[in-house]
Design a protein around this ligand. Structure first.
Ligand code: C5P
Length: 213
């Protein structure tokens, strides 16, 4: 069975949690596509001693390994910033495209979260969700998550980072972050994560039922 759930939206809107829950409920494979860009970003920074060279980034994207995706520094603010900078490069996006498309159509179903899954990677996805929340609420969530490991972090700096990343992600020329025309919008500003998961599960169940008719 091929069945793709594409989940797009800005940072810290709840995409990751919702995706993991869906994968568990339906037994689908899950790919967090942000990890691909984070791994390319952090490896390119290392390669250039702090400088992001576009040619190196493309080469690194072409040769990404499963170990690169298991690095324990991919969730840092540094990796997120580097990710959104290499993500504007068409050659980097191109190098990561095929892997994501193959994953999307794997047997047994797939859920992929990112920024361009419903628009570019898998426009034929059976279910498309665009998960969002206000920048302030997303920054607060990210701050609570990161402050344990970074005592110097301030809410203001996280909010600035979130806004800068939103701007770069939505204004870039290639594959900007926009909801697909047929995506269902899920605003998690006022919605608990359990309620958001329940909505997503209901939408998927409805689509699966239609497939059986
Ligand atoms: O989702 P996450 O916050 O891990 O993504 C990190 C960055 O990777 C995003 O800010 C975005 O620039 C980039 N990205 C992307 N397309 C995707 C997934 C992530 O451009 N499908």
């Amino acid at each position: 069975m091929k069945f793709t759930v594409a989940i797009d939206g800005p940072a810290a809107a709840g995409k990751g949690t919702i995706s993991k829950a869906i994968a568990e409920v339906f037994g689908f494979g899950h790919l967090d596509s942000g990890l691909l860009y984070r791994a390319v970003g952090i490896k390119t920074l290392e390669h250039g001693n702090g400088i992001l060279d576009p040619v190196a980034a493309e080469d690194i994207a072409k040769h990404l390994t499963p170990e690169d995706l298991r690095r324990d520094d991919l969730r840092t603010g540094l990796a997120a910033r580097a990710a959104s900078k290499v993500a504007v490069l068409p050659n980097v996006r191109g190098a990561l495209l095929e892997f994501q498309r193959i994953f999307a159509r794997r047997d047994g179903g797939a859920v992929i979260d990112g920024r361009d899954i419903g628009t570019v990677i898998c426009p034929e996805a059976e279910v498309k969700l665009f998960v969002t929340a206000s920048a302030e609420i997303r920054a607060r969530r990210r701050f609570e998550e990161l402050k344990q490991t970074n005592a110097d972090l301030t809410l203001d700096s996280v909010l600035n980072d979130v806004r800068a990343r939103d701007k770069r992600d939505s204004e870039r020329e290639m594959s900007p972050m926009v909801p697909a025309e047929d995506a269902v919008l899920l605003d998690t500003s006022e919605l608990s994560i359990d309620a958001a998961v329940a909505k997503a599960v209901a939408i998927i169940n409805e689509r699966l039922e239609q497939g059986r008719d």
